[in-house]
Design a protein around this ligand. Structure first.
Ligand SMILES: [Zn+2]
Length: 163
């Protein structure tokens, strides 16, 4: 049974990483070494010491147990195609408002909801995490910075790299 589960997981991780590597050249993820395995696909992270994410489906639960393998596969498959996997510091990716930049644990109302206590911006919490990971990754790619999670200065994607 264990072997069957392990083989199924590996198969799923290979198929998924191949599919993603074929369709994308740059992928940004939270650095699991830093986040201590509490990251998710969307890049959100609860307060330190807590890892109580709701399992929303089979794929997610498989991934939750296979992030290291998945990122390793994704990394070499991207490299083979001339792409790149970029890891970013996961600090505050789930707590930073993408609109005004306010960092607060209170911005994260629930597992699913982000609502900024500063400017009132509301969105899906996973989407907010993904936006913040993207920005941190692009900043890192552009100027070698790490841990940079910054708000949009004028509400356009073109401003992502401005400091
Ligand atoms: Zn805000």
């Amino acid at each position: 049974m264990h072997r069957y589960i392990a083989d199924s997981r590996r198969d799923f991780l290979h198929k998924t990483s191949t599919k993603i590597a074929k369709n994308h050249s740059l992928i940004y993820v939270e650095d699991l070494k830093v986040s201590n395995m509490s990251a998710s696909a969307s890049g959100t992270k609860e307060s330190p010491g807590k890892n109580v994410r709701q399992k929303s489906g089979l794929n997610r639960s498989i991934l939750d147990q296979g992030w290291y393998s998945f990122f390793r596969m994704l990394s070499y498959k991207l490299k083979q195609r001339g792409g790149k996997l970029i890891k970013v510091d996961p600090r505050n990716t789930s707590r930073t408002c993408p609109r005004c930049g306010l960092v607060s644990a209170e911005n994260r109302k629930s597992q699913a909801t982000f609502a900024c206590i500063g400017c009132g911006f509301r969105s899906n919490a996973d989407e907010v995490g993904a936006i913040n990971i993207l920005r941190a990754g692009q900043a890192r790619l552009a100027c070698g910075m790490s841990g940079a999670v910054r708000p949009l200065s004028a509400g356009t994607r073109g401003d992502l790299l401005q400091h």
